[in-house]
Design a protein. Sequence first.
Length: 567
Amino acid sequence: MKEFDTNRLCGGHCFIIGESSAKDSVIREMLNRHSGSSGALVVLDYDGRFYESYGGEAVLADFSSVGSVVPDLLETLLHSSRYARNPQIFALMMQRLLSVTKPDRNSNDAFWSITSSAAFKQYVEYLCVLYKMEKFAAGDDGSSEVAIGKKNDFVLLGKFAGTMMNIMYKSTLCKDSATLMASRPDSSPIEKYLESYVKASVGEGAKPFDGSLRNPGSQNVGTYQCVYMSMLANCDSFFKAMELFERDGDALARLPVQKMLSFVSSAPAPLFLCGARRADANQALGALMLMSAACAAHDSGTSVTVVIPELERWNLYWALKYVKEECFDGLSTITSCGDIWKLASAVGLDKRSLLGELAETSDINLWLYTTDTDCENVFASEAPARERCYKLCELDGGYCAYRRRYAGLEYFVLPDAGEEKKIKTRTPLAAAVSRAWIDVVKGREKGLIKSAACCGLPTALYTALKEMGYVKEEIWWKRAPLHDYLALSPYGCAYEVLADFFSSDISRLTKRERMMFCADGKSALQKDLYLKYLTCHDIRMLIGRANVLIKKMRQGNVGMQRRGGRQ
């Protein structure tokens, strides 16, 4: 038998089946023998072990190490020849690429899938609009070099991640709740900009997330919020990636940007994409890398090979299937699966069907030693009986079975696997030196803290009441049944202090209060009932009333004695 040439794995979509150790040896040998003359090479290396054992020069992209680059994945897709015609086409591609769902079992599952998909497509469309606005504001002249030179595309998108989440959640609220949310000071001009975009593209009266998340009435709030939660579940990895870019945007902006189009065109050293600092964001990063490499090769007229040694860890079954269906020119993939049970569980198929589909949709199949009966059955169904000289369990001597579509089955001897050595190391980025969030107090927080420190009262009123002796550590109503209720209120302590101030002198009560709580207007006040009565009033009205009383007391210089004095 001839020795197997690992370059035969390129030139189509290849799937490797066998034991993990044998598969890793073949992939490592292929990486070492690959040359730039056969096209660019991209490796989705989940934990970085293939990068660390690679002896040649390599480009690292893990977003968290010294020497890492940040590929312009979204920029490549936004300017691709297939998906750059309008934001709706781009949003549809992103939805099919990033949505991870299991097959619908009934009409109820189909309803949630369709509605959540529509909501995510609108989300991506609006995010692209904001991205374009930010680039224009940064001074981009249309060549996509100026703005990206200042900040990479992930940072620009991550800037709006939190704002878009607030807009989506606000859209699911009922009419009264939405009005309340809109009146808050955190309503940003971004919403108005999106509304103007929707009106210009759809028509007058249209609002963002119409038909998917927006709840214009006061009913069905639960349905819209379920759609919102379903969308977050189906596209969870993309939202986690946006959170990562929003959180670490400053650190990522300092890393160099790797242009995917120039990388694929020049075919430099292999590019290793390793798992980021958030494992739940890796599925989206892997899918975007796969699609951007395919688009870059298609647009530049060159070839690229994407290697995915552990398909189940990246959870890229649906993304890989979609990219294969798009039939990109110049794209080759080499995939394998270490834990087929894990992938089958995530996809929602049984193990035998999943293996059969992966083998059937591949142009090249490489069969290695394994004792798995399901793999043996798939091998028997894919290769004609007259061509099978050995079973998979008989390939233990370093042999392999190779079959290209529309060609016969061939047997080869695997090259000797060298000892795996850790040649490269990844050095984590130094943490940014900055003040802890607990030490940073912003303007709005200062007011809240000062208000809380003054029992929820204005500073001047709090100071005056404290000088008069109405603010103490222990107060007479601490054992009142109402105290538990007041402890839950943000103004509970303010009500208590004001109740003590008003009740210490009957003349400070209104005529109605004297009639309700004092016998003949002279007896002692029923203090528990009076405190409960005050909690039904607006705290601002009571504060104004106390300010008026203190002002009169100061003008007449009477009644300013400390508590306990003659009233």
